[in-house]
Design a protein around this ligand. Structure first.
Ligand code: 0RA
Length: 646
């Protein structure tokens, strides 16, 4: 039996502690959002955030994160080490307080940090409560201290286990499978987040190692993330597969008593705006004060400059904010003492003072930059003027479309076979390429709640076109009217006519192509639909395998091999019949219903966009101008492209 040295401390406080941990285990969602894969990875971020705080306080510059062979994770930093002495109020070692008392992490010990990270900032005690086992070692004042816990409860005291000449903290934890849906860590998910953290904190080196081995992976995987260029490197990274239109990445920063901000930006020849913002290392996907301040300032500065160099004459209208941000890649990185997170997903920075702070810095420093670099200034102004003119054309196209539909007195496209159900939450729209597949789908569907829209005509690669072309494209315009929500800045989700929008295309290369084009369209012009999980991909089978009375639908070649070997069936054998579907149109309506459309039996894939940086990257690579990165990407991520589960 493991002796618990703290038994004598079972006081009122200790009972409260146990109740606190029990509350975390009962309602983990309240503390880490979710017990899905995302929540699992969140545990690692919580522990790493504590080390980042130590680094931001200036005492640590290296953090090593290791996924161990048993799927536990170890985080080591070279900071001062968590204090191990007796906590004056609770009368037990501070190390134990940090790991067992809720909300004790980070802010103990008097000299608080200037800034603090942490997605929810719940700290080490929550991670501990949700771990089947945790062990912490502290290197401090020449000694190594250690304590172990199970499900949050100490199973040893804080023990001195040896001498050392280093300082720091090492935490190893194994998430509790009773709590989490999955307990296998994903290297790439961690890599993405740590790369982001390394960009945002140029002084920190993060080393991520995967010690798990499998058939594919005989070696340790190790990645060192350290970007001395900070967010300048981040912009360079985002633009690495795009055509930039000026060589230098523009950078400026500013500080006030309780906040600091830095901004890096560069224009590319694309039509897309990529402004990524962070507050205390947390992605502020809903924007907020810093983003508003930035947008106001850059619009004003570029307009003033355009007038000054006579690119925009007195009688001409101002360039709009969208004009000024077309093709812009920017990172806004703010660190502040008391961040207020607001909005639906608590990713909108509320601190009102940050708005004018950002606005003043951008106004002053960007004007100065343009004065000093007239060549770059001219390039940027020319780009925004092009955008300005295209947008005027788009406005006219939009008015035309409106007028036209008013004349025709019907807004739904003629090809749409609508469903009878009127509650959008119950309705599904299948978008089907081509007429023959559309025909089978119309016959095979359940017309009560499934609508079919066959696509026609010439498709547009929206990655290479502006809004006016999208409205007038013969293939996309029926999609816009069928969904009812409009596009871009004008999108209105309350008008959505189907809560499931399912792209149904052949399982071949052409099908893949149309799928990618449609996904790009949804991502660039109806992004909220994608973010809310309304977009799906149908998975039609590739083969039907039949032997006697036994019949199976198979979705790819690997599955086919598996089925044949499991059944010990031989391809060459005549009693075995393998039918390959070349296209959806080859299936009869019953087969299509059974394999692809019937909610009881089908597989559909929901498109996710967890990470805007990565998603932008994928679409840029797949749809952008450069051919080489696309080839490389498809080569490297063939499976992913195949599944398109991004
Ligand atoms: C507050 C005070 C001190 C260290 C830390 C926090 C600390 C916490 C963590 C969590 C992970 N790694 C960490 N490293 C340091 C020590 C104050 C002092 O030595 O005076």
């Amino acid at each position: 039996m493991i002796e618990n040295n703290n038994v004598q401390h079972y006081t009122e406080e200790q009972i409260q502690v146990l109740e606190g941990l029990e509350a975390v285990r009962k309602r983990p969602g309240m503390y880490i959002g979710t017990t899905s894969l995302r929540g699992l990875h969140h545990l690692v971020y919580e522990i790493v955030d504590n080390s980042i705080d130590e680094a931001l306080a200036g005492f640590c510059d290296k953090i090593e994160v290791t996924i161990n062979e048993d799927n536990s994770v170890t985080v080591v930093d070279n900071g001062r080490g968590i204090p191990t002495g007796i906590h004056p109020q609770l009368n037990i070692p501070t190390l134990e307080v940090v790991h067992t008392v809720l909300h004790a992490g980070g802010k103990f010990g008097g000299d608080g940090y200037k800034v603090s990270g942490g997605l929810h900032g719940v700290g080490a005690s929550v991670v501990n409560a949700l771990s089947e086992r945790m062990e912490v070692e502290v290197y401090r004042e020449g000694k190594i201290w250690r304590q172990a816990y199970e499900k949050g409860v100490p199973v040893t005291g804080v023990e001195c286990i040896g001498d050392t000449d280093r300082t720091g903290t090492k935490t190893t934890f194994r998430p509790d499978p009773e709590i989490f849906d999955e307990v296998v860590f994903d290297f790439d998910i961690l890599l993405k987040r740590f790369r982001e953290l390394a960009f945002l904190n140029r002084n920190i080196k993060i080393v991520l190692t995967d010690k798990r081995r499998n058939e594919e992976n005989q070696e340790y995987k190790t990645v060192e993330l350290h970007y001395e260029g900070g967010i300048v490197s981040f912009v360079q990274y985002i633009n690495r597969n795009k055509e930039v239109i000026h060589p230098d990445i523009i950078y400026f920063s500013g500080t006030k008593e309780d906040a600091e901000i830095e901004i890096a930006l560069q224009y590319t020849d694309s039509y897309i705006e990529n402004v990524f913002s962070y507050a205390n290392d947390i992605p502020t996907t809903e924007g907020g004060a810093h983003v508003t301040g930035f947008k106001t300032a850059i619009t004003k500065v570029v307009n003033d400059y355009a007038r000054k160099i006579n690119a925009l004459r007195e009688n001409e209208k101002n360039l709009s904010g969208e004009d000024v941000r077309e093709g812009l890649t920017a990172i806004i990185n703010v660190k502040l003492t008391n961040p207020q997170f607001e909005g639906q997903t608590k990713t909108k920075l509320g601190n009102a003072d940050i708005r004018s702070f950002t606005e003043n810095i951008v106004t002053e420093k960007l004007s100065y930059y343009l004065e000093e670099n007239p060549k770059t200034g001219r390039i940027i102004v020319d780009k925004t003027l092009l955008s300005f003119r295209a947008r005027e054309a788009a406005r006219k196209a939009r008015e035309m479309t409106r007028r036209k539909s008013a004349l025709e007195n019907t807004s739904l496209p003629g090809k749409l076979a609508d469903c009878s159900e009127r509650d959008p939450a119950k309705c599904e729209l299948f978008i089907v390429e081509g007429d023959s597949a559309g025909g089978s789908a119309k016959q095979g569907r359940d017309r009560r709640f499934q609508a079919i829209l066959p696509l026609w005509g010439k498709m547009l690669n929206v990655e290479k076109a502006r809004e006016d072309k999208v409205y007038s494209n013969e293939k996309l315009s029926p999609v816009i009217t069928a969904l009812g929500v409009n596009i871009g800045e004008n999108i209105d989700l309350t008008k959505l006519r189907y809560h499931k929008v399912i792209i149904m295309a052949d399982a071949d290369v052409d099908g893949q192509h149309i799928r990618t084009l449609l996904l790009t369209f949804f991502f660039r012009y109806m992004r909220p639909l994608v973010e809310r999980g309304h977009i799906y991909i149908a998975m039609p089978p590739l083969y039907k395998v039949k032997r006697g009375k036994e019949e199976y639908y198979v979705y790819n070649d690997k599955e086919l091999q598996k089925l044949l070997s499991e059944k010990k069936w031989n391809k060459e054998d005549n009693s075995v019949n393998i039918q390959r579907f070349k296209g959806l149109g080859e299936m009869n309506p019953e087969q299509l219903w059974e394999t692809t459309m019937n909610p009881e039996t089908r597989t559909i894939m929901q498109i996710r966009v967890d990470d805007p940086v990565i998603t932008d990257e994928i679409f840029t690579i797949l749809m952008g101008e450069k051919v080489e990165p696309r080839k490389e990407f498809i080569h490297k991520y063939a499976r992913m492209v195949n599944n398109l589960d991004i």
